[in-house]
Design a protein around this ligand. Structure first.
Ligand SMILES: [Zn+2]
Length: 174
């Protein structure tokens, strides 16, 4: 049987188009009314300290980029699954409601180079003073009352800064 090349191309095109339109799209999360009444941003004190950190770092010629701040408990749970039920390596031991990010009390930072590139290189010395920019930034943050994830025993989180507070996680959850 002779095949008709024109028809073949048409069928191929229709098949491609069908896959394109029927392929599951990424779902946009819906905002529930309850979520709107919850805190959806950084705690004012953290916001203030964050700005102070950016200012003092810049004075030293270090550009910091805030990668993450407030995180919903759902986002936290998704992150928790990374390296567990999901691919990748474990990045957190905190489940939803257990992270300072869920209370607007934590931020994650990285460095921005002169070219505007965001890097996670803790050895980078962009201001060329013989010290790691990352550690200098962490020092400033600690002066401002942040606890640095790089000081944690066990699973260290070099990007992570959280407000030191007398409140326990149990009290925060209440
Ligand atoms: Zn963090």
């Amino acid at each position: 049987m002779r095949t008709n090349a024109g028809w073949d191309m048409t069928l191929l095109f229709l098949f491609g188009a069908a896959i394109f339109f029927l392929w599951p799209k990424e779902e946009t999360p819906e905002v529930t009314p309850e979520e709107l009444t919850e805190l959806t941003e950084l705690h004012p004190i953290v916001e203030e300290k964050k700005n102070e950190l950016l200012r003092r770092s810049e004075e030293k010629g270090i550009n910091i980029e805030i990668i993450e701040g407030y995180r919903t408990p759902e986002e936290q749970n998704n992150l928790y699954e990374k390296g567990r039920s999901q691919q990748g390596s474990v990045v957190t031991n905190a489940q939803g409601g257990e992270s300072y990010h869920n209370y607007g009390l934590a931020i994650d930072f990285a460095l921005e180079t002169e070219d505007g590139e965001i890097i996670w290189n803790t050895e980078y010395d962009g201001n060329e003073n013989g010290k790691s920019d990352w550690k200098e930034a962490a020092e400033i943050a600690k002066e401002l009352g942040f606890e640095w994830g790089g000081d944690w025993p066990g699973l260290r989180d070099y990007s992570h800064l959280q407000l030191e507070t007398d409140l326990s996680m149990h009290e925060l959850q209440r």
